[in-house]
Design a protein around this ligand. Structure first.
Ligand SMILES: Cc1cc2nc3c(=O)[nH]c(=O)nc-3n(C[C@H](O)[C@H](O)[C@H](O)COP(=O)(O)O)c2cc1C
Length: 1016
């Protein structure tokens, strides 16, 4: 390859050409001058200029012009061979030639450049057209024949150029299009000036079809004359196939029963960019609600799922994975989402999308769950536990696979319905359901629910629980709120029925799972519950059998024990036994029985012996009783008390006998029983009766209210007249009345006192408020003790009216309280001492109370001011206090006032030595001198009161008693007279009065003493 010319060489060549052209022109002129006209010396040089400009461009053209001017001037213009200008004519010629040369140079150069450009552009165009392999570009003549054909056309339509040139372009159309005249129609439109674009089927040379996208446009020359029509055509068959495939895919996506989401991992948080209609169908979310969000919104709050770990890892590592997730629909319902996630890569291997395919497998899962539950239920129901425990296990098995809630109610054997359990995955919700049931038990006559199912024995199912139903069935807002909180959706209640008996019901409720029960679910539940019912029935039968066996065994054991007991008892209690055979007349007595009848152990006995041993006065009665006991028609228990006269020893004894007859075939076959010597008891009983009568008389006459209370029932057993008077009731009204109705305190309080009395045996309950029949309250003082009454525990209480005394004490207390607050207000002194008792500070009250100025005692030792008797004990306690930071003591002491009298103080000291501000012991002293004085005065008053009482006792009681003594004496003298009883009665009355007064006086005295203790 020759080396490329440089720019300078090219320029030199162009100008060299101009020089050569001018040189040749000059040579030709010189050579042919005689033949050429003398007047046009420039003519030949024009040619040189044209050549210079054409091949060299404007510069060489102008250069040739200049050179020609010089050459002509020198060689051909006169004076020849000089450069002179001999006149204006010659100058004009030269100028004219120069101008013309310049113009020619410019024109020729530009024409040449234009021609070059046009040739280049045409070449480029041709190359383009020829080179365009993907486009068929063909020219058509105005009548539609092919006039040019490129490579693309050959490739696309299959014709070689030589075979298609001159052919009508309609060969590329399908027969159908040709029949419709489309080729002509399109050609005409193009010729009319339209750009005809279309996409249609075209036909190749081999008859195969291609999907072509083409356009046709008329081509006109510069003057607008039609030169032909250009047709450009592109093979879009593949693209169309791809688009169709894509469209198909789109349709497939849209038609898929699986939810499909596409996410973009290159956007923040990998949001959904596409969701198909099935996604909406499964989740309830419209695409526009999902697009832009991460799929995790489907998990609601339920993010703690192990499958998510696997999913996260797969997404992180850019691989496919399959998981099952718990997801929640827009309405909150749970669904199991079998999700397949796969990455989509671009050509560079970068992940551009993730595709998620969702399959709602909830139903499948439920069906599997149901099967599994049925299988596991068999195991649970067969465990060796109580049936209650087995039912609870069954309920746990059911939750959450068949229901969100499961409640089990059982009908107890004696009738009432018991809720055995309520199960929920979340124990808090379970508790809420229990609470609901406790607060709002379903009324037994409810038209639906467990009571109804138990009543009818028919199952109940509700696919959708409407809110109105809740509203209708609740008792108040709170219940409605609780029910709504549970979020109940659908329920089934299935009765447990076995052998025609309804044993309970199992309730299955769906809530947060959003599940709606249908007939199939009910069928499944019924199968399950039927088995549960059988379990309950079998268990109950078994338990019944076991109970019966147990009872029988127990009865036998009891019998054995009772026989043992009887034996022991007879030995211990000295019971005698008899065993009589009415058929044979044989009578057996044990040694004790014989002893009671005064016989030796080996004595023989028969019925006659028995009759002979009876006391004559009791014989008939006893004989009759025995006959009645043996009479099958009478059917009477034998219980008898009679006397015997010892057959051997003649001693009279009281006997308690009891026995039982056994009958067979309507006649007595055995009569056995016991006899007990109750002679001692009888005697003691009589003594007791006498003492009881005495005791009763005392009670009747007592001025204190007395009552006997049954400790268990808290009811009054007996009351004396004083008690009735005190509260305005008759004895009849009081009998059986509950003590709570009388006492004006709470039941608990009464019970506490009864309990205390029973525990301690005897207590002074103290002051109490009782209520009269008219409702007014009486203040009383109670003392109580426990006694045994007719074999029961009873409380005997004495009641004394202390209303008057209370009032007096209250008044005194009030006045004292007033006084106390007055004193307190006036006399508190605050002193701060150091650890040794030196006074650091005294409050101004010291002036008012003791007469010292606040500075006067400062710096002195506080103990120096104390009464000598108080100094040592107070100082000792103070020393203890000073060793105990934060400690506190109280003390009483006397200190001298400025005037020299001793005053009493109560003080509280607090150790604040470690307090950074106080750094001392703070003593708060209160002057109690006046109070002490008052107490002394009160003591004196009491003393006086006691004196008064003693006097009254002396004057009143003593007189009464002397009068009585006299009266009795007189009575004794008149004892033969008529009316003795009346006098005696009067005497007795006087004595009673004396005793009463004496007692009152004693209480009075005691009240004052108690009061004094209260006050102090
Ligand atoms: C394509 C694709 C589809 C997904 N579809 C679901 C879906 O249907 N339900 C779901 O709970 N999570 C789906 N996920 C998972 C969540 O988007 C998220 O990756 C998952 O919760 C773990 O990430 P996190 O820990 O950031 O929540 C999908 C993820 C991808 C990439």
């Amino acid at each position: 390859m020759p080396p490329a010319q440089t720019e300078t060489q090219k320029t030199a060549a162009r100008y060299g050409l101009a020089v050569v052209a001018v040189g040749l022109a000059a040579a030709a002129k010189l050579l042919f001058d005689p033949a050429l006209e003398a007047e046009s010396p420039f003519l030949l040089f024009v040619v040189a200029i044209v050549v210079g400009a054409w091949f060299g461009g404007l510069g060489p053209g102008l250069f040739a012009t200049g050179l020609a001017l010089v050459v002509c001037d020198y060689l051909f213009l006169a004076p020849l061979y000089s450069f002179g200008i001999d006149g204006p004519g010659r100058l004009l010629d030269l100028a004219l030639f120069g101008g013309v040369g310049a113009v020619i140079s410019a024109l020729v150069a530009s024409m040449h450049a234009a021609q070059l450009r046009s040739a280049a552009s045409e070449r480029r165009f041709r190359l383009l057209v020829q080179g365009a392999k993907d486009y068929a570009i063909l020219m058509l003549s105005p009548d539609g024949r092919v006039t040019s054909w490129n490579e693309g056309a050959r490739r696309i339509l299959g014709y070689e150029e030589e075979e298609i040139l001159g052919e009508h372009f309609s060969v590329f159309f399908t027969p159908e299009d040709r029949q419709e005249g489309r080729p002509e129609h399109e050609l005409r439109r193009a010729i009319d000036g339209a750009t005809v674009s279309e996409e249609t089927w075209a036909v190749r040379r081999d008859g195969s079809r291609l999907w072509a996208n083409g356009s046709m446009e008329a081509v006109r020359d510069g003057e607008g004359n039609l030169e032909g029509v250009v047709k450009v055509l592109r093979d879009r068959t593949e693209a169309r196939r791809a688009e169709e495939a894509l469209r198909l895919k789109d349709r497939a996506l849209a038609a898929s029963a699986n939810g499909i989401v596409i996410t973009d991992p290159n956007l923040p948080d990998g949001p959904i960019v596409y969701a198909n209609p099935a996604f909406t169908k499964i989740t309830g979310y419209a695409p526009e609600e999902a697009v832009g969000r991460n799929c995790r919104f489907l998990q609601g709050e339920d993010h703690d799922q192990p499958a998510l770990e696997e999913l996260r890892a797969a997404i992180r590592e850019g691989r496919s994975c399959e998981v099952v997730l718990r997801n929640y629909k827009k309405d909150g319902a749970l669904f199991y989402n079998a999700l397949t996630v796969s990455p989509v890569f671009d050509d560079g291997g970068r992940i551009v999308r993730f595709v998620g395919v969702q399959d709602d497998i909830t139903e499948r899962r439920r069906a599997e769950d149901a099967l599994r539950v049925q299988a596991e239920a068999s195991e649970v129901l067969a465990t060796p536990l109580s049936y209650e425990e087995r039912l609870v296990s069954l309920a746990r098995l059911v939750v959450p696979r068949l229901a969100d809630w499961c409640a089990v109610d059982v009908v107890e054997e004696d009738g009432p319905v018991r809720r055995l359990t309520v199960e929920h995955e979340d124990p808090e919700k379970g508790a809420l359901a229990y609470e609901l049931q406790r607060r709002y038990p379903a009324p037994a006559d409810a038209p639906r629910g467990v009571p109804w199912v138990l009543k009818t024995g028919e199952p109940e199912m509700m696919r959708e629980i409407p809110d109105e139903l809740l509203v209708q069935s609740v008792r108040d807002k709170r219940q409605l709120g609780m029910l709504r909180e549970l979020g109940l959706r659908s329920y089934m209640i299935v009765p447990m029925i076995a052998r025609g008996r309804t044993l309970g019901a199992i309730t299955l409720v769906s809530a947060e799972s959003g599940r709606r029960y249908g007939p199939e679910d009910l069928e499944q539940a019924e199968t399950l519950v039927r088995r549960a019912a059988m379990t309950v029935d079998n268990a109950r039968l078994y338990e019944e059998a076991r109970r019966e066996i147990g009872e029988r065994e127990r009865a036998q054991e009891e019998l054995r024990q009772s026989e043992d007991r009887l034996r022991l008892a007879t030995e211990a209690t000295q019971l005698g036994t008899f065993d009589f055979d009415p058929v044979t007349g044989a009578l057996l007595w044990d040694a004790r029985c014989k002893e009671i009848f005064g016989l030796p152990p080996d004595a023989g006995v028969d019925h006659e012996t028995f009759l002979a041993g009876l006391h004559p006065d009791d014989r008939d009665r006893a004989d009759r009783a025995v006959r009645r006991a043996l009479d099958p028609a009478a059917d009477e228990a034998f219980e008898l008390e009679y006397r015997v006269v010892g057959l051997g020893d003649g001693a009279e004894r009281w006997v308690e006998a009891c026995g039982r007859t056994f009958f067979e075939g309507g006649r007595a076959v055995r009569f056995i029983g016991t006899v007990l010597d109750v002679t001692e008891k009888k005697r003691a009983g009589e003594a007791l009766k006498r003492s009881e009568e005495r005791y009763r008389a005392v009670i009747e006459q007592s001025t204190e209210g007395i009552y006997l209370l049954d400790a268990d029932s808290r009811r009054l057993l007996e009351t004396n007249p004083a008690f009735g008077r005190m509260f305005g009731y008759t004895a009849e009204e009081l009998r059986g009345m509950e003590i709570y109705d009388l006492v004006a305190h709470s039941r608990e309080n009464v019970d506490a006192n009864v309990g205390r009395t029973l525990e301690l045996g005897r207590v002074l309950i103290g002051e109490r408020s009782y209520r009269r029949k008219d409702g007014t309250v009486v203040e009383v003082e109670i003392g109580a003790s426990t006694i045994s009454y007719d074999g029961h525990r009873a409380i005997c209480a004495t009641v004394r009216d202390i209303t008057a005394r209370k009032r007096a004490v209250e008044a005194l207390k009030r006045s004292e309280e007033r006084f106390r607050s007055l004193v307190r207000y006036a006399s508190d002194i605050i002193v701060i001492l150091d650890g040794d008792g030196e006074i650091l500070y005294e409050s101004p009250a010291v002036e008012r109370v003791l007469g010292f100025t606040v500075r006067e005692r400062m710096g002195t030792n506080a103990f120096d001011h104390l009464h000598p008797e108080d100094r040592e004990p107070v100082a000792r306690r103070f020393a203890e206090l000073s060793r105990e930071p934060g400690g506190r003591i109280s003390a009483e002491y006397r200190t001298r006032s400025k005037e020299g009298d001793w005053r009493h103080f109560e003080a509280i000291g607090v150790n604040l030595l470690e307090d950074p501000v106080i750094k001392g012991i703070v003593v708060n002293s209160r002057d109690v001198t006046e109070r002490r004085r008052t107490e002394r005065a009160l003591d004196e008053i009491r003393e006086a009161e006691r004196g008064r009482i003693a006097r009254e006792l002396h004057d009143g009681v003593l007189q009464d008693l002397s009068y009585t003594a006299q009266a009795m004496e007189i009575t004794r003298l008149k004892c033969e007279d008529v009316g003795v009883e009346t006098d005696l009665e009067e005497g007795a009355e006087a004595i009673r009065r004396a005793a009463r007064d004496l007692r009152e006086a004693i209480y009075d005295l005691r009240a004052h003493r108690d009061g004094a203790q209260d006050i102090s």
